[in-house]
Design a protein around this ligand. Sequence first.
Ligand SMILES: Cc1ncc(C[n+]2csc(CCOP(=O)(O)OP(=O)(O)O)c2C)c(N)n1
Length: 558
Amino acid sequence: MAKITGAQCLADMLAGYGVSHVFMVPAVLRRTFAEMEMRTKIKRIHTHGEKSAAYMADGYARASGRPGICMAQVIGALNLAAGLRDAHLAHSPVIAFTGGRDPKTKFRKVYQEVDDVPAFEPVTKFNATVDDVSRFPDMVRQAFRVAVSGTPGPVHLQFRGNEGQIDAEEADMEPLVEEQFARVPPFRPEPDAKSVLASLKILQDAQRPVIVAGGGVRASQAGKELVALAEKLAIPVATSLNGKDSIPGVHPLSVGVCGTYSRESANRVVGQADLVCFVGTETGGMTTHFWAVPKIGVAAIQIDCDPQALGRNYPLKASVLGDAKVVLARMLEQADANTAARRKSWVEQAQSICEEWYAKYRSVLESDAVPIRPERMCAELTKHVPDDGIVLVDTGHAGMWMGGMYDLRTATQSYLRSAGHLGWAFSAGLGAKCACPHRPVVVFTGDAGFWYHIGEIETAVRWKINSVTVVNNNASGNQSKRGFDRVYGGQQTEQARELWTYRMVNFARIAEDIGALGIRVEKPADLGPAIQRALKADRPVIVDVVTDIEALAPVAVT
Ligand SMILES: Cc1ncc(C[n+]2csc(CCOP(=O)(O)OP(=O)(O)O)c2C)c(N)n1
């Protein structure tokens, strides 16, 4: 123990936990930032908005499995809370620090001040205040512990003082770090052996089983065990959007993403299965197309590290509580490969369903149409994203196009997706690139999504965060077209288009003005070379692809 300031303690602890970047709009914890410069190598990424700071921290966390740190002073606190919503939905370990009220002055109409703490409640696992400087060590440790433990998720600490001025105070403190909680997962709970055997027996007895793998598989880094078990027992694998990188899309047992933003083949295979094995998925509305794929009542088993997830939406024949990687490894050890033979025709059936999907969509995946089809963009990304690439995808149409039409080619590629917020991907991509500077980072977003945080191009240029952002630019949020067609009785008025269209803007030119590399693509044949050039550039790149405003992604089949 030594007498140190809160700022020294916090800077040392963040460095001790391996934090390489923090994302914020000043001014908050100013002294901590000064201490960071003097005592650590942490980069202080000053952004153009608190929401994008939270998204950067989120991308950092999902790409690395290590908590992402974002910060805001009191007036920016709710902007930051808004940005934690996606991390909360995606179970991403983001830690948010804000400045907050001082007991000496609260309720006196202090400039810019409201009680922000309740707003963090619905988007965090732990939402707390640090009112005495001597609490820095234990509260920061608890923040890391909670963020990465069990099902990961965001944490908020509010530091006393609108700018967190408590960090200037001194106390006897030890900046102790528990390295175990510096990344996900801190524990790998062993499953109960009996429950493993019971579930395995049901799985092996099934004629037409399917595995639905979710984000828990990626959090547990259990992709290898998942694929090995599927191969040993001959079981097709569908994934949620969050679990898309648990099996390469080109694997013979992969049937694609199931649910709402999905691939038809996945929904058809899941719909025809006689047993569904859910692994690390919360079986939510998006993954199950609101519990229509599979239908409730299907024979099901489930593996999860959260006991509250087991059986939440589907009554189960059996369940296993434990870390996905360990549970799948235990199943693999005891699985009887001889039972695979009885599923030969089912696997062939699943594979022919996948072939039918490719045959149905080949013409758009290979389309030479101008304006460019989004499906062609996805096919070009399948071809050109490097083997160690990290792909981040926005929501809405972007999620539908890439969830359904893009394939990961290797187990070393990563796929991270917005859990629902338009505008997440570009900023999250910058965070992912900060976390993994040596891996190529490729973002896919619509123009509506890109507009949200377009100012962060400047942040990327200033900090040399060289991600590649591919914009599906149709001068609209055309995912909304169907909905407005419907409410206008099938035929929209000319004026109705003001509800979902924009001006056509050249994002490549904007990017160039700010100092990034901008590449405008108007012909399909130029897409591949543009992506290749972007990947080689030593600048952030915006690939602005002019696409067809009439192109609508296929809706989910049930
Ligand atoms: C924060 C937020 N607000 C609104 C929406 C609803 N929404 C989903 S997709 C979409 C339009 C998407 O447009 P764009 O990103 O350009 O892709 P496009 O549909 O044109 O392919 C909107 C408004 C959302 N998902 N998130």
